[in-house]
Design a protein around this ligand. Structure first.
Ligand code: GUN
Length: 292
């Protein structure tokens, strides 16, 4: 079994992006990060995005509306960012508090600034294999991780566990694209799937994105498979200073000996997501610069 080192691959990508930013004409790319409320995981993710942006020379603007913000107020905030020529990319950290309509917020972001790739138009461009759009960062990071690890999906059976807008659906569409590195046969499984282990056992590449700690067990994995663990779950652990530990959607101790390759949690997909966000922000900056 070989570990896919997301930290090392993301570090290489970030070094490339830093050189790209340094060579850009005009002002630095600017990313607006909107976080509503104090969800601890969101606080940590936004901090990481801010840190990485600073590291590569991308300006970030952190906007922290109170948890009491209304749908209308948040939409107005997005409209202002859409109209602000000094902002290239806009990210609204998910999940939003329950009283807000998250999908309506994602759709409010101008498609040209939608560095998260959650807008209808950008998801549609993935389906149409139109490279001018933005690809959601976690799915894009998974594809980059596979490509840079020398895993060619062509003709392989990719099984995706989970159908979310953020990971499951877009990663399935990407693996399906008729192009180098992709061209896979794709199956999507979800909470309504019958005989789940019999399907996941057919996977040459298994992508677990269901958000349930250690859900994938050894009986669900074909020996020699490549396993990509997208889960980041906090489970209580009194032996840790923080009181919790992070674990993926895969039961690593039993599954890892079976695999040809596997991503760890943390240090697998997570760092790639942040790197792809920076990639998208640079792309947004290039497109706005070209349009003015
Ligand atoms: N929450 C978990 N992943 C993501 C992501 O890629 N983007 C945003 N905005 N929120 C998230």
């Amino acid at each position: 079994m070989e570990l896919i080192d997301g930290n090392a691959i993301a570090a290489a990508l970030i070094a490339e992006l830093k050189a790209t930013v340094a060579a850009l004409p005009g002002r630095a790319p600017c990313l607006a990060l909107v976080r509503v409320g104090e969800d601890p995981a969101s606080v940590s993710y936004v901090r990481k995005k801010e840190k990485t942006a600073a590291e590569i020379g991308v300006t970030s603007r952190i906007i922290l509306p109170p948890i009491t913000i209304t749908q209308h107020e948040l939409e107005t905030l997005i409209d202002e960012l859409n109209a602000d020529a000094s902002v290239d990319g806009i990210l609204v950290q998910s999940p939003l508090p329950k009283h807000l309509d998250e999908l309506a917020i994602f759709r409010r972001v101008a498609p040209s600034k939608d560095v998260d790739g959650f807008h209808t138009l950008n998801l549609g461009k993935v389906a149409q294999e139109d490279p001018t759009g933005f690809v959601a960062c976690t799915p894009a990071g998974i594809m980059e991780l596979l490509a840079r690890s020398g895993v060619d999906l062509s003709g392989q059976h990719v099984v995706v566990l989970g159908r979310s807008l953020i990971v499951g659906k877009p990663v399935a569409l990407l693996a399906l694209q008729k192009k180098a590195g992709a061209n896979a046969t794709v199956t999507i499984c979800h909470s309504g799937t019958r005989e789940l282990p019999s399907i996941t056992r057919q996977a040459d590449v298994l992508i677990a994105a269901i958000g349930r700690a250690e859900f994938v067990t050894a009986d669900m994995v074909k020996p020699g498979a490549v396993v990509i663990d997208v889960g980041i779950n906090r489970v209580a652990d009194p032996t840790k200073k923080t009181g919790y530990r992070l674990t993926g959607d895969v039961h690593f101790p039993s599954v890892s000996p079976l695999c040809s390759r596997i991503t760890p949690v943390p240090g697998g997909v997570g760092p790639m997501t942040v790197a792809m966000l920076m990639h998208n922000t640079i792309k947004a900056r290039r497109q706005t610069a070209a349009a003015t």
